[in-house]
Write a protein of this length. Structure first.
Lengths: 229, 239
């Protein structure tokens, strides 16, 4: 009788130790697991991997553009430093011509796309979004129904419809864009697909053209409030 | 083999099998998040490297433009024709955002609200690029002559993009809340438009729903820096 309790106590202790070890192991694994997941979640706050990948793509493209601008500016500096007769005048004339095209002050032409949107009830916000999408795809010059558009040209909602720089534009909207045809076509394709799903839109199409001519001009407005410096 | 020996063998086999199953489970569930984390960190490092390059290139561009301006100034001092051309270009550069300007205007601050339930609650509280685009368009509609967003000058070629609380303007790195939009122009006219409840409907709805912040004040003199990025138009030719 006296031996039986002692014989039972030894296995009970071993079992307790085993249970304890297993519990420790489970706790360890669970802790590592929870911490790993928490770390992932914490680092993913705000931006997901897909958005980061898009961001990397955008930054690559942006840095390529900056590199091209830098190279162009370095060329201009070298021309000016050459001290050749008329070098500065030529640099300034070229710069003036380029800036006039950017600001919509001269007629321009080049490859691009022409979109046609036939709809009723589209608003100024719809047109602003469309123009911004095309600008983000590298549009270098834009015209809507014979009215030149650059960022800064007012696109407003009026009682008579959407107005570009004070001129009401009626449907169908024809948006002519000069820029990289491939990039513009990709965006135009997505835009037309979305527009066709919109009940207000009767038709939306685009065509790629090797030579889009934009003759409309923006009238120069001198600054009244902004001073250099 | 005795019955006890068989029992121990069975327990050992079961323990071994359990061990393999556990190890596999641990490998699957622990390594996947750690791989995700490593991949994510690699992406973040890429973004940081590219942003550093971006900032460096923009500094170099600003520096090159200053050098060119100085060389042009020297040349203009030697020729009346060059001086006349330089005056024309100066005006064009100012309108393109390539010159620092100052004057009266308004300063608008957009700030993220609080996440909320309901549709769009996960991202609706974040200031997004459309919000900035809408405010900038409203200001231009009210006659703004020059605008900068967090010190980034808006040009005739400016485009807005981004996702989930990130705002990308032209070739700059993404901006996040708070966003400060400075506009030079008729401040009374711009302030009246910003006070109009019918303007910026999307933003105003999210002000109520997610406490998104939109505040503004008129200022007597605001300074805007020059644009420091690319204004290339390689596909455009004179017609």
């Amino acid at each position: 009788m006296s031996r039986r309790p002692s014989a039972r106590r030894a296995p009970a202790g071993a079992r307790g130790l085993s249970v304890g070890l297993i519990a420790l192991l489970v706790a360890l694994v669970a802790t590592i697991q929870i911490r790993s997941q928490a770390e992932v979640e914490r680092s993913l706050v705000g931006v997901d991997s897909t958005s980061l990948a898009f961001l990397i793509d955008d930054l690559h493209r942006a840095n390529e553009s900056l590199e091209a601008e830098k190279a162009d500016l370095a060329r201009r500096r070298a021309t000016l430093q050459s001290g050749q007769t008329g070098a500065a005048d030529q640099v300034l004339r070229d710069e003036a011509e380029r800036l006039r095209a950017i600001e919509g002050l001269v007629p321009v032409q080049g490859p691009g796309v022409v979109m046609v949107i036939d709809a009723s009830g589209l608003t100024a916000l719809d047109l602003q979004d469309a123009l911004n999408n095309l600008s983000a795809a590298g549009a270098e010059a834009i015209d809507v129904n014979g009215h030149r558009v650059v960022t800064g040209v007012p696109v407003a909602q009026t009682t008579n419809g959407v107005a570009v720089d004070g001129n009401v534009i009626v449907s169908p909207w024809t948006i002519s864009v000069i820029g990289d045809s491939n990039r513009l076509a990709q965006v135009a394709d997505l835009m037309t697909q979305q527009l066709r799903a919109d009940r207000r839109v009767r038709g939306a199409s685009y065509r790629v053209e090797t030579d889009v001519v934009i003759s409309s001009l923006i009238s120069e407005k001198p600054f009244v409030y902004a001073l250099p410096g | 083999m005795s019955t006890r020996g068989l029992g121990i063998l069975a327990v050992a086999l079961v323990a071994l099998a359990t061990g393999f199953v556990l190890a596999d489970q641990v490998r699957t569930q622990l390594l996947t998040p750690s791989n995700q984390l490593a991949r994510y960190q690699a992406l973040v490092r890429s973004v940081q490297d590219l942003e550093a390059t971006n900032a460096d290139q923009r500094r170099q561009i600003a520096d090159l433009r200053n050098q060119i301006d100085s060389l042009e100034s020297d040349a203009a001092g030697r020729s009346a024709t060059t001086q006349s051309l330089r005056n024309q270009v100066a005006d064009l550069r100012a309108h393109a955002g390539l010159v620092a300007v100052h004057g009266p205007g308004v300063e608008i601050v957009l700030r993220n609200g609080s996440p909320g339930p309901g549709s769009g609650g996960q991202t609706g509280y974040l200031v997004n690029f459309q919000d900035v685009q809408d405010v900038v368009n409203l200001l231009f509609t009210q006659g703004a002559e020059a605008i900068a967003v967090n010190g980034r000058r808006i040009t005739p070629l400016t485009a807005f993009s981004g996702s989930e609380g990130q705002i990308v303007i032209d070739q700059g790195p993404p901006l996040t809340s708070p966003l400060k939009i400075d506009a030079i122009g008729d401040r009374n006219r711009m302030a009246a438009a910003l006070n109009d409840d019918s303007a910026l409907p999307g933003l105003r709805a999210r002000q109520v729903q997610f406490q998104l912040h939109l505040t503004f004040e008129g200022l007597a003199d605001i300074s805007l820096p020059a644009y420091d990025s690319s204004l290339q138009i390689p596909h455009v030719a004179a017609a």
